[in-house]
Design a protein around this ligand. Structure first.
Ligand code: AMP
Length: 633
């Protein structure tokens, strides 16, 4: 049996022994009583009775051996700022931030909502929360005010931390007006909003609830805040993600299981060793940022590189120069970024000294074969595609080179990671599919450590959403289609639900529909994702207007389209804006009124929508076809 198969088998047959050993990678202030509590499936509690702290494991623990090693290297090509923090300096900054938060009343179990750009203070704030036992909830800086308001009302934070502005591609995005609007919309009113003033926004909002961070940091400059020792399954953070309904779900994670899972992944999947340097080009607002910009590299004693900017500014060589300059060993990004880099002059890559780089990791969306082949040839280093979700916190599928360097297969992110009892199942019967047969990718109980423990504030939603969709079985659904071959390699074939993936960003088509439906001109709307060469997928919207005659002339039609795009920007953020809005007079629906989104998406991608025996009026399909052909819309 191959090393990998044996390793994986052991993790599934006897998770207690497997994870009990892995748990030794982290510090336990109080040892755990049992490795796994399976008394209440589908809930699983890992390392019960054990007490630990994520900040201690990520920072304090390394002060003995690596106080003077860089922990965080910060590079912003938006502001031109580069800063380095040793583990000792990072520790001091986290203590200052924790003392400031404490002075504003934050305590164990409180939520702290972070609406921050990619600045070092975001790392300090997340780790300060971990230190205090407060639960951070990072909201991606590209999200608009109503989105932020929904998260404020769900998390009910004791404190919001924000900055005056973010920056992208040379454009400054003022944050304080967005926070102000979100607070006006939200029912919950946190007492304070802590403001990191980067001096970027020309006019900062002067609201009474804003508390400036800098003077408080000075006041608490020498503070030392002890780590709160948390029970392993207490929540560490909540990260909202999109699903089938318009209402975002708060993915809740624990403390001990997450720390152990990340530490193990650094060895078996990422092969990162203490003293290495890792550059994860993602955003702290996403799960990849949580796990592989912050927690995993620090827990394992690496130097992490945090980058604010795009991959092509000041030019297409910037990331390769960073590899050279900081002797980066591990790099992690999304395929979209590579598709952008592929279009750049090859001299940028050739000129840089990439000898330090060992492996490139890619995740977040399907890795298409041309991009995979290009980057593998151009780099001459292993490229490791890995498949996972906000819910799991670390890879489900990957070639686990630290276990066994199995040969990669183009088009597949690899084989199931240890701990995941993965099976591809028939959507209707719940029976396992045979090799080569398409089905839903499911995971058996228990999910390994590090995965979501519940939906924040809604255990029932966790059970109903994730564990109830496979007929007759208690299985976790990933909501991804897949197919597994005879060697165990899985290929991902898209989502089973209404979630789309635009440039590695996960968006719910329902959320976009709800935003568009809020526009006065719109009677009905359907949003689907269609394949796009650069972004993987883009959203297309089909709208039925209340008074179509009002928009008959081209000028008012153009104004309408601009207005609709702005509506999405205002509700969700520009990342959710549909690539195109088509006007139709009816949408394809079943007789019971359910939108036939899969049929629309098939038409939009030039595929056959198949038999639709339940369709109410087949003429609606002809309308979609005509709109796509540019006859109408
Ligand atoms: P998120 O929760 O935002 O990380 O999005 C997770 C979803 O992105 C998964 O359910 C997949 O649909 C998709 N995804 C993530 N990684 C990959 C990958 N390596 N290959 C194909 N799809 C992926």
């Amino acid at each position: 049996m191959s090393r990998y198969r044996d390793f994986h088998r052991r993790s599934i047959d006897d998770p207690e022994t497997f994870w009990g050993t892995e748990a030794q990678r982290i510090h336990w202030e109080t040892p755990f009583d049992s490795v796994l509590d399976r008394s209440n499936p589908p809930f699983a509690r890992w390392f019960t009775g054990g007490r630990t702290n994520l900040c201690h494991n990520a920072v304090d623990r390394h002060l003995v051996a690596r106080a003077q090693q860089n922990a965080l290297v910060y590079v912003s090509t938006e502001t031109g700022i580069e800063r380095r923090y040793t583990y000792a300096e990072l520790h001091a900054e986290i203590n200052r931030m924790a003392a400031v938060m404490r002075s504003l009343g934050v305590k164990r179990g409180d939520r702290v909502l972070l609406y921050l750009p990619m600045i070092p203070e975001a790392v300090f704030a997340m780790l300060a929360c971990a230190r205090l036992g407060a639960i951070h909830s990072v909201v991606f800086g590209g999200f608009a005010a109503p989105n932020l308001a929904a998260r404020i009302d769900d998390a009910k934070p004791a404190l919001i931390v924000t900055a005056d502005a973010g920056a992208r591609g040379g454009k400054v995005i003022d944050y304080t007006p967005l926070v102000d609007e979100a607070l006006a919309r939200a029912q919950h009113k946190p007492p304070h909003v802590l403001l990191i003033d980067r001096q970027l926004a020309p006019e900062r909002l002067n609201a009474s609830y804003l508390v400036a961070y800098e003077p408080l940091r000075e006041q608490f400059f020498d503070a030392h805040v002890p780590c709160e020792w948390l029970e392993s399954s207490e929540p560490s953070y909540v990260l909202y993600t999109s699903g089938t309904t318009g209402r975002p779900k708060g993915v809740q994670r624990d403390v001990g299981g997450y720390a152990v899972a990340l530490a193990a992944s650094m060895e078996y999947i990422f092969e990162g060793r203490a003293g290495d340097t890792m550059f994860t080009a993602s955003d702290i607002g996403w799960v990849v940022g949580h796990s592989y910009i912050i927690y995993a590299p620090l827990i394992a004693g690496l130097t992490t590189v945090m980058y604010e900017g795009t991959p092509i500014r000041p030019d297409g060589g910037i990331w390769w120069r960073l590899v050279e300059q900081y002797r980066i060993n591990l790099m992690f990004t999304a395929p979209t970024a590579l598709r952008v880099l592929k279009k750049q002059d090859p001299k940028f890559m050739k000129r840089a000294d990439l000898s330090s780089l060992r492996t490139l990791f890619l995740a977040g969306e399907p890795l298409d074969e041309p991009t995979a082949s290009w980057i593998t040839d151009a780099l001459g280093k292993p490229v490791v595609d890995n498949y996972w979700q906000t819910e799991t916190g670390w890879p489900i599928l990957a070639i686990q080179r630290g276990v066994e360097a199995l040969p990669p297969k183009l088009g597949s992110p690899g084989v199931p990671a240890y701990g995941y009892n993965l099976s591809v199942r028939n959507e209707f019967t719940g029976e396992p599919c045979t090799p080569g047969e398409k089905g839903v990718i499911t995971l058996g109980y228990p999910l390994p450590p590090g995965c979501m423990t519940t939906v924040w504030g809604d255990d029932q939603r966790f059970v109903d959403t994730y564990w109830s969709s496979v007929p007759g079985q208690q299985l976790y659904s990933t909501f991804d289609w897949g197919v597994q071959d005879d060697d165990g390699y899985v290929t991902i074939l898209g989502r089973t639900d209404d979630v789309i993936n635009v440039a590695g960003h996960r968006l719910g088509t329902r959320e976009i529909e709800e935003a568009l439906a809020g526009h006065a001109a719109v009677a009905e709307v359907a949003v689907v994702g269609v394949a796009d060469k650069l972004k993987g997928q883009v959203a297309l919207a089909f709208v039925v207007l209340r008074e179509p005659d009002r928009y008959a002339d081209p000028a008012s039609r153009t104004a309408l389209e601009t207005g609709l795009a702005l509506t999405v920007d205002r509700h969700l953020g520009a990342i959710a804006r549909p690539a195109r809005v088509h006007v139709v007079t009816m949408l394809p629906k079943t007789r019971s009124g359910k939108l036939l989104r899969r049929a629309i998406a098939a038409l939009a991608e030039g595929r056959d929508p198949g038999d639709l025996p339940t369709i109410e009026d087949p003429a609606a399909l002809a309308q979609i076809r005509a709109a796509l052909d540019g006859v109408v819309g």
